[in-house]
Write a protein that binds this ligand. Structure first.
Ligand SMILES: [Zn+2]
Length: 234
């Protein structure tokens, strides 16, 4: 498909640390009533908390480019992934237009996801980003963020090499905190000892991504089976 990318620069960025290149792709939803409102904020130098992303993707499939990929956009905030904090320094961030849970969460239109897959494949190829590192804001900030949320089509994206979606087998992670934490950590999540977030809150965000039918933070059998499968594939 033909990508439509419109320049809409944001002043909210800085340099990445020397020698650091993007190894993570973080997907968000905008969580605001309108796309225009979201982009006004993402490009506002006078906002109380200055934020940005590399791109915003509107519901019609149009991308708005805010920050060049080699620079550090400010989208993840306090975050942790695969053994380290400061996800902004190591990632590219895409804001996907959706009002979100606060303003009327709704399914992501097909056109929007088609465009996301097209640009996403291009980004991961150019930077050598592993499928295991295509994740959501909720994955890097459990207890604080829930976007892009349980309606996000992670399974479809994984079919295009963006993220992973292994089949669930019979094997399950044992139902005790040490085993649960070890499996979550292997996937990339920050666990107690690394972050202040309690384990059930981390498990809840694992569910929102890989077991979206029931997001309750309980380590039921299906959750532990999916956890086993994803940890093995990660
Ligand atoms: Zn976000």
């Amino acid at each position: 498909m033909r990508l439509k990318i419109v320049a809409r620069p944001s002043p909210n960025f800085n340099e990445r640390p020397a020698g650091v290149t993007p190894s993570i792709l973080v997907l968000h939803y905008t969580g605001m009533p309108t796309a225009e409102g979201a982009m006004a904020l993402l490009t506002d130098p006078d906002a109380p908390k200055r934020v940005s992303a590399h791109y915003t993707l509107d519901e019609d499939g149009t991308f708005y480019a805010h920050v060049p990929e080699h620079l550090r956009a400010w989208h993840a905030g306090i975050s942790w992934w695969r053994g380290g904090d400061d996800v902004n320094s190591r990632s590219i961030g895409i804001e996907i237009v959706n009002p979100g849970h606060e303003w009327g969460y709704r399914p992501f239109p097909r056109k929007q996801i088609d465009a996301l897959i097209a640009l996403g494949k291009d980004i991961v190829a150019r930077h050598g980003i592993a499928p295991q590192n295509v994740i959501g804001h909720s994955d890097v900030a459990p207890g604080r963020k829930i976007d892009p949320g349980e309606l996000f089509p992670w399974r479809r994206l994984a079919g295009h090499g963006l993220g992973i979606w292994p089949a669930r087998g019979k094997a399950a992670v044992p139902d005790d905190p040490a085993h649960l934490a070890a499996a979550l950590r292997r996937i990339g999540y920050g666990v107690p000892g690394e972050v202040a977030t309690p384990l059930p809150a981390v498990l809840k965000e694992f569910q929102r991504h890989w077991r979206p039918g029931l997001v309750d933070g309980q380590a039921d059998l299906e959750t532990r089976q999916r956890l086993h499968a994803v940890a093995r594939a990660a």
